[in-house]
Design a binder for this molecule. Structure first.
Ligand code: ADP
Length: 312
């Protein structure tokens, strides 16, 4: 199974041990999912589709893709441009984030429809998010959605995390309308209930499941922090509890790592409840570590039971 994640990776400045020292890292929602997927399944082909600049920071980011085991053949270079940046500030143990991403090269990622189409033909599963849509202008958004529609019609599996970020949109109606357009080109929807309730007014996670099912997704998994995961897969729906944790340290990338668990399970053709179990275990390990990219031991997350091999 070959997977293509499409979106933005940013440079991250995180407080280091010494005051006023910062550590340079790289993170971003779809990239984080690709990173966890590559960690979890080193034998899987994981590619990242984005655009970076031509400056040293952009080259460092490309190197970070390579050292993470993520293929970057489809990373576009935008001349005279650079990548987005965010900085984490710590005040009395509370983290706050400042962003410089308005001009990031990733905003140009869908300017080459031929490259996008070629990248999609070479993989089996394509993953994108509401943030991927949010950073694009209207024309690029259409190019991306068209390419996804064509890929889906040709049998590719499309997975989507709505990842609602109102600050990246010009208004909430533009956000909700475009997110539902994203949903209509997707087979798999991986929303987070808290955000969906706030921006779509869903009364409960079942309403979230129903809305994404009406848009055409056939597999829907609704995350809800420490609360139970609601899912639907074809005609089958259900609820699975999240194993409780005593020490949650940092919930950054909880949803992104959870998605990697789901995609790994789907890539292995595992039953959805096994994929959800894997996703909860992975996200559970991630929230007990610091930062977006928490090193994990893949041997603790071995292949879930594989369906379809019984008769092999
Ligand atoms: P998002 O980051 O998209 O808001 P959630 O906060 O819903 O995602 O968390 C995603 C997953 O991470 C949950 O489904 C769960 O498996 C795990 N998780 C998050 N917070 C906790 C917690 N406090 N205790 C246990 N698991 C958690």
């Amino acid at each position: 199974m070959r997977v293509l994640a499409i979106g933005e990776c940013m440079a991250e400045l995180a407080p280091a041990a010494e005051p006023d020292d910062y550590h340079l890292g790289f993170a971003g929602d779809t990239f984080n999912t690709a990173w966890y997927l590559a960690r979890l399944r080193p034998d899987m082909d994981v590619s990242f589709f984005t655009a970076v600049g031509t400056d040293p920071l952009s080259y460092q980011m490309r190197e970070a893709f390579a050292t993470s085991g993520i293929d970057s053949s489809y990373v576009l270079s935008v001349p005279d441009s650079t990548v987005g940046l965010y900085m984490i500030s710590l005040e009395n143990g509370e983290r706050s984030f400042s962003y410089w991403r308005g001009q990031s090269a990733a905003r140009q990622l869908a300017t080459n429809p031929q490259l996008l189409a070629r990248a999609m033909t070479e993989v089996d599963l394509i993953y994108f998010s509401g943030i991927t849509l949010a950073i694009l202008d209207v024309t690029s958004r259409e190019i991306l959605l068209d390419a996804l529609r064509v890929a889906r019609a040709s049998g590719k599996v499309i997975a989507f995390d709505p990842n609602l970020r109102p600050r990246l949109w010009s208004g909430t109606s533009e956000m909700t309308a475009t997110i539902m357009q994203g949903a209509t080109v997707s087979d798999i929807a991986l929303p987070s209930y808290e955000d969906e309730a706030e921006w779509f007014g869903d009364d409960d996670p079942i309403a979230t499941v129903d809305r994404y099912a009406s848009a055409g997704a056939t597999t829907i998994v609704v995350k809800n922090g420490a609360d139970a995961v609601h899912f639907r897969h074809g005609d089958m729906s259900g609820v699975m509890p999240v194993p409780p944790l005593n020490h949650v340290i940092d919930t950054t990338a909880a949803g992104d790592s959870f998605n990697a668990g789901i995609l790994a399970g789907i890539a292995e053709n595992a039953p959805l409840n096994d994929s959800i179990t894997l996703a909860c275990r992975l996200a559970g390990a991630v929230v007990q570590g610091k930062g977006a990219l928490v090193p994990i031991d893949p041997t603790l997350f071995d292949a879930v039971s594989v369906k379809g091999n019984e008769n092999a």
